[in-house]
Write a protein that binds this ligand. Structure first.
Ligand code: BGC
Length: 600
C-alpha cells in the first residue's frame, strides 16, 4: 500500500458549512437500547414542545449490572437547544453536550430498575431529539441483551416543579433490548480488542517487543488465499479468517479488525502493494473474495463479536488524484476508474458485509498530506459517497471512515498550526505545508467527517485514525516552535513529523509508534487504532523477486531522489527492507525507540 499527495498550489477555502436534516420536535419516544457487557441501558426521551420551549421527560432503565451511581450524557443536535431548569438530577450543559448526574436518592439502580428525570428547555428553529445517550460513558444502543427480561418501566417517580408546563404523559417505552449483535454507535467503546497471535509472536521476537505485543492490530486479508490461511505468503501466517474469529472468541475479545484489501488493479498509483487481481477481475473479487468473507463473518457463532472491516486502503481517492491530468497519473488508475472496479468493488463489499448485524464497515479515506487541498478534499468525499451507493449499497452500510492507514502523518503538530503566520506570512506557504489546509491528522479527520456528512453520510459516522507509526518521538523530537526568521524555519524547526516530504510513505526513517489504541479520544473520532501492524514493511528497498504480486517501488529505495509527487525529494525510506507485509525487525526496533508517547 502507498499514498502520496498530488502537487498543489494555492487553493480556495474548503467549504465546511454545516448540513444535516433535523428531525422536527414534538412528542417523540426514542427507545434507545442497551450497550455493553456490564453497563447496559435503555433510555426513553419524550418532549412536549411549544414555540421556543419544551419539557423533556427521560426514563433511564438499567438493564445491565447494578449501578450505585450514574451519569447520563447526550448531545443536542442543534446549537440553540438549552436546558433551562432540570429536576431529579444534577444537570449541566457545555456547548451541545448535556450531563445529568444522579441525586443521592436515585443513584442506585438495580438491574431492571428505572428512574425518570426531566428538564425544561428552550429551542429556536427546530427541536430535534438527541440521537444517542450514554450512561457512565457507555452508549445505550446495542450490545448483549440481558439474560432475564427487564421489567416493564415503572411510572415516573418524580414530578416537575410547579413552574413547569404540564409534562406530557408519555406512553411507556415499548422497546425491547436489541437482538444479540445489534450495532452500537461506537464499537470500540469499553470493548476489548483482538490481539493477532501471529503478529504478537513477531513483535516478541524483537527485544522489548513484549511492551506492545498485546496491542490489537489489523488482520489483513490481502489475497484470496488469506481467507483460509496461507503459510507461504510473507505477510500472513497459516491462520485464516475463521481461525482468527475463533481465537477472538477464545480471547473473549469484543471486537476484531479485519482489513479488506484485494481490489482488482490494487494500489493503482504504485507498485509495492500491487495485488493478485487484474483490473478486469471484479467478478472474481466478488465471488472468490467478498462472498466467502461475508459467509464466514455471518456465521451465528460470531454474532456477539463486533467485526470491524477496514475497507480497501488507498483505493477511492486514487481515482481523484492519480488519474490522467494529475501529476504522476497512471494508466492503471485510469483503467480502474473507467471500468468501475474500485467503485463497484467497494460498493459490493459494503453491501454484502454491511448486511451482517454485528459487522462495522469503515472505508479508507486517505490522509491530510494527500487530500488536504480543496481540489482533492471535496471530490474524494464525493467518490466515497458514490461507492457507498454502488452495487446495491446504501450509506447505511458505512459506519465510518479511517484516515492515515499505514501512513506516517502526525496526529497533532503541537508547535506548528496551519493558521500560524510568521512576519505577516501564512505558514501555509512553507514548503512543508505547501498550501494544504491541514497540518495534522486529527484536524483533517474531524473536518473530513463533516464533509462526508454534508455529502449525505449519516451524522453519526465516526472516524478512526491509524496511529501505529505516527509517533515521531525520540531524541530528535522538537520541544518548541522553530525560529521566526522565515515560515520555513519556523515550520521545519518545530514540526514533530520529521519526514523529508509529506508525500513520502514507505518505511520512513525516524518514525515511532504512535498513540496506543484508544476509544473515543476526541470529538467525532471513534478510536485511535493500529491497523498497519508495526514492523511489517511497506515495500522492498530494492527489487526482490516474489510470488505475491508485489512490485518494486522506488519510493522504498533510500537512494531514490523522488518524482513530481514528492516534490523531487529523497524517499526517506529505511534501507534493507523486505517486500510489503514481510517482517522487518530493524524497523520495529526503531519504531519502539521513537515511540510517542514513549514506551516505559
Ligand atoms: C501489504 C500487505 C500486508 C499489509 C500489512 C501492505 O502494504 O501489501 O500484503 O498484509 O501491508 O502489513
Amino acid at each position: 500500500m502507498n499514498v502520496w499527495r498530488k502537487l498543489s498550489g494555492p487553493r480556495r477555502a474548503v467549504a465546511l458549512a454545516g448540513a444535516s436534516a433535523l428531525v422536527a420536535g414534538g412528542l417523540v419516544t426514542i427507545p434507545v437500547t442497551a450497550a455493553h457487557a456490564a453497563t447496559q441501558c435503555d433510555v426513553s426521551y419524550t418532549t412536549n414542545d411549544w414555540q421556543g420551549g419544551f419539557t423533556a421527560n427521560i426514563t433511564i432503565r438499567n438493564i445491565g449490572d447494578p449501578l450505585t451511581s450514574w451519569s447520563l450524557g447526550f448531545t443536542f443536535p442543534d446549537a440553540n437547544q438549552r436546558v433551562t431548569q432540570g429536576w431529579s438530577a444534577r444537570w449541566s450543559q457545555s456547548g451541545r453536550n448535556v450531563t445529568a448526574q444522579n441525586e443521592s436518592y436515585n443513584g442506585s439502580l438495580a438491574r431492571g430498575a428505572s428512574t425518570t428525570i426531566g428538564f425544561n428547555g428552550s429551542w429556536s428553529g427546530s427541536n430535534p431529539r438527541p440521537t444517542s445517550f450514554t450512561i457512565n460513558g457507555v452508549t445505550c444502543n446495542g450490545g448483549t441483551p440481558p439474560t432475564t427480561a427487564p421489567p416493564t418501566t415503572s411510572p415516573p417517580t418524580s414530578t416537575p416543579p410547579t413552574t413547569a408546563p404540564p409534562p406530557t404523559t408519555a406512553p411507556p417505552p415499548t422497546t425491547t433490548p436489541p437482538p444479540a449483535g445489534a450495532k452500537v454507535d461506537n464499537p470500540y467503546l469499553n470493548a476489548r480488542g483482538y490481539v493477532n497471535p501471529e503478529w504478537k509472536v513477531k513483535a516478541e521476537s524483537v527485544s522489548g517487543g513484549n511492551r506492545v505485543s498485546n496491542t490489537p492490530t489489523g488482520v489483513w486479508l490481502d489475497r484470496i488465499a488469506a481467507i483460509n490461511g496461507t503459510a507461504d505468503s510473507q505477510s500472513n501466517g497459516p491462520m485464516g479468517l475463521r481461525d482468527h474469529l475463533d481465537e477472538a472468541l477464545r480471547q473473549n475479545a469484543q471486537y476484531i479488525q479485519v482489513v479488506i484489501y484485494n481490489l482488482p488493479g490494487r494500489d493503482c498509483s504504485a507498485l509495492a502493494s500491487n495485488g493478485e487481481l487484474k483490473a478486469d477481475e471484479l467478478p472474481r473479487y466478488k465471488a472468490e473474495y467478498i462472498d466467502p468473507i461475508a459467509a464466514i463473518q455471518a456465521d451465528a457463532k460470531y454474532r456477539n463479536l463486533r467485526i470491524i472491516n477496514i475497507i480497501e486502503i488507498d483505493s477511492l481517492p486514487n481515482l481523484v488524484t492519480n488519474t490522467t491530468g494529475n501529476a504522476g497519473g497512471t494508466v492503471m488508475c485510469d483503467t480502474v476508474k473507467a471500468n468501475g472496479a474500485y467503485v463497484q468493488g467497494v460498493g459490493y463489499a459494503l453491501a454484502k458485509l454491511g448486511a451482517i448485524s454485528n459487522v462495522y464497515n469503515y472505508i479508507d479515506a486517505g490522509h491530510h498530506g494527500w487530500l488536504g487541498w480543496d481540489t482533492n478534499f471535496g471530490p474524494s468525499a464525493g467518490v466515497l459517497r458514490e461507492a457507498a451507493g454502488a452495487s446495491g449499497s446504501t450509506v447505511a452500510n458505512v459506519h465510518g471512515f479511517i484516515v492515515n492507514t499505514a501512513n506516517y502523518s502526525a496526529l497533532r503538530e503541537p508547535y506548528a498550526k496551519v493558521t500560524d503566520s510568521v512576519n505577516g506570512q501564512t505558514v501555509r506557504q512553507s514548503k512543508w505545508i505547501d498550501w494544504n489546509y491541514y497540518n495534522d491528522e486529527l484536524s483533517f479527520a474531524q473536518a473530513f467527517r463533516q464533509e462526508l456528512i454534508n455529502r449525505g453520510f449519516d451524522r453519526n459516522i465516526g472516524m478512526l485514525i491509524d496511529t501505529s507509526r505516527n509517533g515521531w518521538g525520540g531524541s530528535a523530537r522538537p520541544t518548541a516552535a522553530g525560529p521566526t526568521t522565515s515560515v520555513d524555519a519556523y515550520i521545519d524547526g518545530g514540526r514533530v513529523d520529521r519526514r523529508i516530504h509529506k508525500g513520502n510513505w514507505c518505511n520512513q526513517a525516524g518514525a515511532g509508534l504512535g498513540e496506543r489504541p484508544k476509544a473515543a479520544p476526541e470529538a467525532g473520532i471513534d478510536a485511535y487504532v493500529w491497523i498497519k501492524p508495526p514492523g511489517e514493511s511497506d515495500g522492498s528497498s530494492r527489487e526482490i523477486p516474489n510470488n505475491d504480486g508485489k512490485g518494486f517501488d522506488r519510493m522504498c529505495d533510500p537512494t531514490y531522489t523522488g518524482n513530481a509527487r514528492n516534490g523531487n525529494n529523497r524517499s526517506g525510506a529505511l534501507a534493507d527492507a523486505p517486500i510489503s507485509g514481510a517482517w522487518f525487525p530493524a524497523q520495529f526496533a526503531e519504531l519502539m525507540r521513537n515511540a510517542y508517547p514513549p514506551l516505559s
